[in-house]
Design a protein around this ligand. Structure first.
Ligand code: ADP
Ligand code: MG
Length: 242
């Protein structure tokens, strides 16, 4: 069984059906790139996986446990599924260290000492050992996003969902964040990444998922899918990026 399994996921906002029957399995250690035009349902799909968005129909299993609307233990789910967003959403009045220490203490009831040890470890992992006492406004966008990644990692998630984590960054800051994600991938972290960085998708990801109008339109090995798109929609999407 895969770590995450989605079966026939449907989701509408009012009359707008945004997810029209999504089937996707995510194996442990797998790195998936989720691509597609704006509005195709990528963010909504990620948000269903960690329970930020309730689904109308279908089944989501995380680590063998069924997540349904009625008996979802959202807290337990969110402990296993980490998420990083385009906007870093750090608390401005907390240092980098305090930002990373917060959830483990509040949600996991870790002691301050325990939370601090893990936070220091995760900030070092993302290359910010020397910036732990800085406040967000003393950090660059790339550094803030790395704090946000450390914050997600401090919860020791089984899978990490990244939604356009480099899209809000100045171009020169993109690579330092991608390098951190690449390192996580190499260490065996299970990752689902919505990204426009096609070179990164090719080099780092095991599987490419192309969404179009609420459906998985094409999927497969990134290299193969990119070099031989089978649908005009993917051809045009890839062409538009070139
Ligand atoms: P993507 O991430 O691929 O750009 P989204 O999942 O954000 O796509 O959005 C898919 C569609 O759902 C869009 O048409 C968007 O406007 C709509 N949508 C997303 N969230 C909401 C919401 N909370 N309420 C109403 N419509 C929404
Ligand atoms: Mg989105």
């Amino acid at each position: 069984m895969s770590l995450v399994e989605l079966h026939a996921i449907h989701k509408s906002f009012g009359a707008l059906e945004v997810l029209k029957g999504i089937d996707l399995s995510i194996d442990e250690g797998q790195v998936i790139a989720l691509i597609g035009k704006s509005g195709s349902g990528k963010s909504t799909l990620l948000r269903t996986i960690n329970g930020l968005e309730a689904i109308d129909d279908g089944v989501i299993m995380v680590d063998g446990k069924k997540i349904s609307e009625r008996d979802t233990d959202l807290l337990a789910l969110r402990l296993q599924v980490g998420m990083v967003f385009q906007q870093f959403n750090l608390f401005p009045h907390y240092t980098a260290l305090e930002n990373v220490m917060l959830s483990p203490q509040v949600v996991k009831k870790q002691s301050k000492a325990e939370a601090r040890e893990i936070a220091e470890e995760m900030l070092a992992k993302v290359g910010l050992a020397d910036k732990m006492m800085h406040y967000p406004d003393q950090l660059s966008g790339g550094q803030q996003q790395r704090v946000a990644i450390a914050r997600a990692l401090a919860m020791k998630p089984k899978v990490l969902l990244c939604d356009e984590v480099t899209s809000a960054l100045d171009p020169e800051l993109v690579n330092e964040v991608l390098a951190v994600v690449r390192q996580l991938a190499e260490e065996g972290m299970t990752l689902v990444m919505v990204t426009h960085e096609m070179r990164f998708a090719r080099e780092v990801c095991d599987k490419l998922v192309f969404m179009h109008q609420g459906r998985i339109h094409e999927t497969g090995d990134p290299e193969e899918v990119f070099s031989n798109p089978k649908t005009p929609e993917l051809s045009s999407f890839v062409g538009g990026l070139a």
